[in-house]
Design a protein. Structure first.
Length: 466
């Protein structure tokens, strides 16, 4: 969402403009609010003032009919407001008209959900193909209502104990191996498995190995990347792009099963199909097993019956233990392509990383070490120092100069405001300049005149400040 929603304004808009007077009163009854006396405007103001209060939300949701509870879960599965047409297959499964009656659909949604006081509606501008006022309504579940969602109404079976689950670190090792293989061969194949999707989020540029977005490597962030990659691994079987990814909805359903119950692949296929998300049974089975291999799901086997799946009771965390490193003849650290991903990303924050014949090589980077060495986990730092004398020497230097002001001799700093010139100098003089935070470049004073001459040749004017 580009901007946070003003839920207070949406509550007022819903009660004043989208619901009629009897529906506003029904909302008050469902939530246990007192009904204000007077005209509709007074009743709507009173209802809107209390709508976002969590009082009565659990009771209102508990009384929803199964079809509307499923619709509510579909709305809740998306972090973005979801369009009214997304509910059409669930609410009106027999309506196959090319130009549906969106007003009639809204009346059903208003009676089944909005008048129960459990959702808000956002008015969006009309788009091509959806010019009706009601077709471009977007529905959203207030954040404070999420903890009160009842279990998803689904045909489940009871399970107990601990099921079979894979290890997250094993999947992350596959992701590193996939990244190394792809980067070595330059292949651009479409990622299909969760490991391949995680590998596609790893970047190696200018000696820096990091996850997409440049986030600080933490166990929690890595788990979020894995979950997003897994949820995106379930392809849709329909002709058109669904309003919400089926893997996102499937994960939401799994996290909202009744306590002590598990879901079979066939039940999940049926649930997604009922919501208008066409998926192939074999893809759902693979999706669930991918979640098990990543440690996100538990699988329970039954003799002569399909397996059952449920979300792992505790979320898996990647290992932060030291990983195996060796030192080559040049003093560089060599990391195995099947090493643990989290400590590798942490070590990369103080290193220059390169690939050589399928090997990940790490060399100490004094500048990065100066910034990040103190934040590096002690176990990772000690492993780097034990594996490489170069890292040990660099660490001694950084630690000895901690808190000191370092004066660089024969070093010039260039401020290049033009992005095109900045990129040109980096490309034309890769060994002479070092990138700093844009728009700054660093270079040796001996190369300054050559860089200035190149800038003037491109039509720019150089100014010396000191």
């Amino acid at each position: 969402m580009s901007e946070p929603l003003d839920e207070t304004a949406l509550a007022a808009h819903l009660c004043s403009n989208l619901l009629n007077a009897p529906q506003v009163k029904q909302l008050c009854f469902a939530r246990g609010f007192p009904v204000a006396s007077g005209a509709k405007e007074a009743v709507a103001r009173s209802a809107a003032a209390r709508l976002l209060d969590p009082v009565g939300v659990a009771e209102a949701m508990a009384w929803l009919e199964p079809v509307w509870l499923k619709a509510l879960h579909l709305i809740a599965a998306s972090r973005e407001p979801i369009g009214l047409p997304a509910l059409r297959q669930l609410v009106d499964p027999g309506d196959n008209r090319w130009n549906p009656d969106w007003r009639a659909l809204w009346r059903k949604v208003a009676a089944g959900l909005a008048s129960r006081g459990v959702i808000l509606a956002v008015d969006h501008a009309a788009t091509w193909g959806h010019r009706s006022r009601f077709s471009h309504l977007r529905l959203v579940l207030p954040e404070t209502f999420r903890p009160f969602l009842p279990p998803y109404p689904l045909d489940t079976s009871a399970v107990s104990g601990s099921g079979d689950a894979g290890a997250l670190d094993d999947m992350l090792k596959l992701a590193i191996a996939a990244f190394v293989a792809s980067a070595t061969t330059g292949g651009k194949s479409v990622p299909r498995t969760t490991a391949e999707r995680v590998a596609a989020q790893i970047r190696l540029k200018d000696g820096l190995l990091q996850l997409e977005g440049g986030a600080v490597p933490t166990a929690e962030h890595l788990v979020r990347v894995v979950v997003d990659a897994w949820r995106g691994s379930l392809p849709t079987g329909g002709k058109y792009e669904p309003p919400i990814e089926p893997g996102v909805v499937a994960h939401h359903i799994l996290t909202h099963l009744a306590a002590g119950s598990g879901c079979s692949p066939a039940a999940m296929v049926g649930a997604l199909g009922e919501l208008g998300l066409a998926v192939k049974p074999e893809n759902v089975a693979e999706y669930l097993d991918e979640g098990r291999r990543a440690g996100l799901l538990q699988r329970f086997g039954r003799s002569g019956a399909p397996p059952l799946f449920r979300v792992a009771p505790t979320p898996p965390l990647p290992a932060g233990t030291p990983f195996e490193l060796k030192s080559d003849q040049a003093g560089r650290c060599v990391a195995s392509s099947s090493c643990a991903l989290l400590p590798l990303l942490q070590a990369a924050t103080v290193s220059r990383v390169s690939l050589d014949q399928g090997r990940l090589l790490l060399e100490p980077d004094p500048i990065r070490m100066g910034r990040c060495w103190r934040e590096l986990p002690a176990a990772v730092a000690s492993r780097l120092r034990a594996a490489s004398k170069a890292f040990d020497d660099a660490a001694r230097m950084v630690e000895s100069r901690s808190g000191q002001v370092v004066v660089h001799l024969d070093l010039a700093v260039l401020r290049v405001e033009d992005a095109g010139l900045y990129a040109l100098l980096c490309k034309r003089f890769p060994s002479a300049v070092r990138k700093m935070e844009s728009p700054f470049l660093a270079c040796l004073t001996g190369t300054l005149e050559e860089l200035v001459a190149a800038a003037k040749k491109e039509g720019f004017v150089a100014r010396r400040l000191s």
